[in-house]
Ligand binder design. Structure first.
Ligand code: AMP
Length: 351
């Protein structure tokens, strides 16, 4: 167990790191963020910030020397950089990061365990894309294997001829058959160092242009009917990875049952509702898991919860939101609003 008062290292400097640091502070820990950017919104609420590129092994080693345990809030941390952390415990481990940061390897990992995914093929060349369209067929989605998020790096191919206009840049891609789903939902779990696993209620998620806009709990009956199977798969994946911490698994609810889309080896936007909506939040349980503390109760703290993301430049009426006592406002402190940028979220509780 890492005693309170010790320092937790967080790789990545965004809003997830910020909310992890707030949860860690409540348990008496101090946090040290490693992030290349000057204006890290996580570092703003942490005791220390190492600002250096991911390739700076000396800076990574010095950062690790200040930490009792290290975690990450961003799944694109280069796996090679982790070696520079030396012997300090890293949770979740490097293997989980490696599997989850490549859409091809995560789908292969899940299918090997018997999970259902969209049909998929690796695409590196125009010939590979032709073959994928022959074998899987349109409609489908061509995605970058790495570093795509919030719908970035994705091309929808509704008809075969639309593939002709896509200039492959040499980046490794994956082509996925289009899944006809009735809803999207996520399974979020926390796994402790002794293998104990807890789940939060599954949120039903709505995405617009590939960006999560709303998560609702409880999910519809159609989704709830698929949660047990999805949880069993998520637990199998977490056990196989020897996972420690919070992980999120996104699923499509379909006529054939839950179809796995992707996993995040970290706390997740579709779990932000747990800050007020559950007895223990995803952020607190992540800190508990990586520090070797017992996991907290994940049950609902309300009858119903809705989380809405505040995205882009839309002017919001903060006092209007705050004047309704059902609302809980979270702003991430980002200076510049840009289209598609997550600026904060509002959680609404029905008690
Ligand atoms: P992703 O970046 O993989 O999470 O994709 C973002 C969103 O695009 C998902 O939440 C879905 O709404 C949609 N999407 C992604 N992959 C597929 C697929 N194979 N079939 C249908 N919709 C998809």
């Amino acid at each position: 167990m890492i005693p309170p008062g010790e320092t937790i290292g967080i790789l990545g400097g965004g809003q997830l790191g910020r909310m992890l640091a707030v949860a860690a502070a409540r348990l008496g820990y101090r946090c040290h963020v490693f992030a290349p950017e000057a204006d890290s919104i996580a570092a703003e609420v942490c005791a220390a910030h190492t600002r250096a590129p991911w390739t700076d092994t000396q800076a990574l080693a010095a950062f690790a020397a200040d930490c009792a345990v290290v975690t990450y809030e961003w799944e694109n941390v280069p796996v090679g950089s982790l070696k520079a952390l030396g012997g300090v415990p890293l949770y979740p481990g490097a293997h989980a990061l490696e599997v989850a940061q490549d859409r091809l390897s995560e789908k292969q990992f899940v299918t090997q365990l018997g999970g259902r995914t969209a049909p998929f093929m690796a695409v590196d060349t125009p010939e590979d894309l032709d073959e994928a369209l022959t074998v899987i067929g349109s409609p489908g989605i061509l995605k970058t294997r790495r570093e795509g998020y919030d719908g970035k790096g994705q091309y929808r191919i509704m008809y075969d001829h639309e593939a002709e206009g896509i200039a492959l840049t040499g980046q490794a891609m994956i082509f996925e058959g289009f899944v006809h789903f009735s809803a999207e939902f996520s399974v979020i779990l926390a796994r402790a160092q002794d293998g104990t696993c807890v789940f939060w209620d599954s949120a039903e998620n709505v995405h617009e242009h590939g960006i999560l806009t709303r998560s609702t709990v409880p999910a519809s009956a159609a989704v709830q009917a698929q949660v047990a199977e999805a949880r069993a798969l998520a637990k199998q994946v977490a056990d196989a990875l020897g996972y420690v911490g919070v992980a999120a698994f996104e699923f499509f609810a379909t006529e054939d049952g839950p179809v796995f889309n992707e996993m995040a080896p970290r706390v997740h936007n579709s779990g932000h509702w747990t800050i007020e909506g559950a007895l223990t939040s995803q952020f607190e349980n992540h800190i508990r898991a990586i520090c070797g503390l017992p996991l907290g109760d994940t049950r609902l703290a309300a009858t119903a919860v809705e989380m809405r993301n505040i995205v882009g430049e839309a002017a919001e009426d903060w006092s209007g939101i705050l004047s309704d006592p059902a609302n809980h406002l979270h702003l991430y402190g980002k200076a510049a609003a840009r289209p598609g940028r997550k600026m904060g979220h509002v959680t609404r509780l029905v008690l």
